[in-house]
Design a protein around this ligand. Sequence first.
Ligand SMILES: O=C[C@H](O)COP(=O)(O)O
Length: 253
Amino acid sequence: MRKQIAAANWKMNLNADEAHQLLTKILHTKLALKPGQEIIFAVPFPYISMAVKKCAEHNNVFVAAQNCSDKTSGAYTGETSAIMLQSVGVQYVIIGHSERREYFNETNEVLAKKIDQCLSHGLKPLFCCGEPLSIREEGKEKEFVAEQLKQSLYHLTADQLQQIVIAYEPIWAIGTGKTATTQQAQDMHAFIRQQIELKYGHHIAQTISILYGGSVKAANAKDLFSQPDVDGGLVGGASLNAEEFITIIQSLD
Ligand SMILES: O=C[C@H](O)COP(=O)(O)O
C-alpha cells in the first residue's frame, strides 16, 4: 500500500506566533488518520524546532524543510545542510520546488546532489517536478517531466528511490487558483509512475507516492485524491488556513 500524504508547504509565510497557532489548531483537531496516511508540515527554517516538538506528540505527523544545501558542510554562509536538519529531527526535505528552480536557479543537476545529501543523512526527499505553461501549451509536458526525473533521480538505486516522495506540480497551477483537472493530474501521475516502472520495475513504481500540487484546496482535494495515481497533495496557500488544511487532510483516500 502506498502512503497517502497531505503535505503543507508554508513557503515564506507567517511569523512565529502565527506559525505556532496554526500548527496547534490543526494538531488539536481529531484528525483520525488511517493506516498509511501521513501529514507533513514544510515550515520555514526558524520554526523547525518548534514544529518538530509539536509534531513528535502525534503519530504519522512529520516536519519537512523547504530546501537544503547540496554541500555537506563548510564555508557556505546562509546554507543549511542535510546533517543539520537531520540532527534537529526533520524527516523530509522539499527538493526542486519550482520556486527554487526559477528564483534560485536550481538545476536538475544541483537537485540530484541535494537528493544525495538527504539520502546520505537519513532524510526523505520530497522531489518536485512539473512543467511551465509554455511547455504545456506546446504539448511537451511529458517529455519535460521525464527529463526532470531522469536528470535528478535515475542515478539512485532502487532502495534509494523508495525513500523518495514525488510531487507533480504544474507551474501554471501554483498559486494561480487554476488547478489541473483531475484527468490532467491523473494522466501525468500515471505517466510518472510508468516512467519509474520502465527504469525500476513494476513493484518499485507501485510503492512510490506521487502527490499533486497546484491550487489544491478543500473544495477540490477529494476529487484529486480519489484518482488512482494521486496519493495526496503538496499544498501551498490553502495550508495556511487551519480549516482548509484539515478538510484537505480528511480528503485523503
Ligand atoms: O508547494 C506547493 C505548491 O507550490 C502549490 O502551491 P498552491 O497550493 O498555493 O498553489
